[in-house]
Design a protein around this ligand. Sequence first.
Ligand code: G3H
Length: 253
Amino acid sequence: MTTPDAPVLLGVSLKMYFGHRQTLRWAEQVAALATRHPVTTSGAARMFVLPAFPAIVPVAGLLAGSGVAVGAQDIATEDSGPYTGEVGGPSLAEIGCRYAEVGHAERRRLYGEGDTVVAAKTAAALRNGLTPVLCVGERDEADPAEAARRTVAETQRLLHGLTGPVTVAYEPQWAIGAPEPASATHITTVCGALRQWLDAQPQHAGSTVIYGGSAGPGLLTRIAPAAGGLFLGRFAHEVTAIERILDELAEVA
Ligand SMILES: O=C[C@H](O)COP(=O)(O)O
C-alpha cells in the first residue's frame, strides 16, 4: 500500500552547529512559522526538530502548541544503568521526545558505530515509543539502481526482527555536507525502492521515507511522492528557507 496522501514530513537536525541561545531563538522562529503557515496548520505537512540534548527541554517548551515535534540526535542502546555519557530512551520519552535519530553517517564515521549498534539503537527507540529516524544510504556515489539495491538491503538488515513505524531517512553519505543534493532521479529511484520495500512490511505500517543530504528549497517538489519529505541540515538554519519549502508545498497542493 502506498501512502501518497500522507502529510509531508520535514525534519531538521541542528547537529552541533548552534549554541544554546541561538537554538532557542531559532526554535522560537520555527514555532511562529508553524503556527501561522497554512501548510502546517492544515496538517498537509508535519515537522520535527532534533536539537542538541541540553536544548531538548526548552525547545519542546517553545514548540508546544505549534504542532512541531521534538526529538534527539542519538539514543543509548540500553534503557538505564552504568553507561556514562549516554541518554536512554525512557528519559527521552519522559522529556517529550517523539523521535530519535540513529545511524547517521557522522556517527558511523566519527564514532565507530556499526550495524549492530545502529540496530540496537533502533530497537531502543521503538521499545520506548519513539520513532527512529533511521539514516541509511550508500557511502560512495553509485548509479541509482545499485544505490537502491544497497540501501534497501541495509534497511532490511537494520530492521530485522523489529516492529513499529520508522522514519527512514535516505542520506547518501556522499551528499551530506555537499554543495548540492543527489540528483532527483537518484533520490526518487532509491526512495521509491525503500517505499516499495516498506509497503510490503506490515510490521512497519505507518512508516515514512524522507531524503536528507544537502536538501533545501527547490528539491521536495521534484522528488515527491517517492520521498515523503526532507531531512534538513544546514539549509534549515535560516528559518526563511523552511518557509520557502512550505510555500512550495502550498503551490503544488
Ligand atoms: O542530518 C541531516 C543531514 O545529514 C543533512 O545535512 P546537510 O543538509 O547539512 O548536508
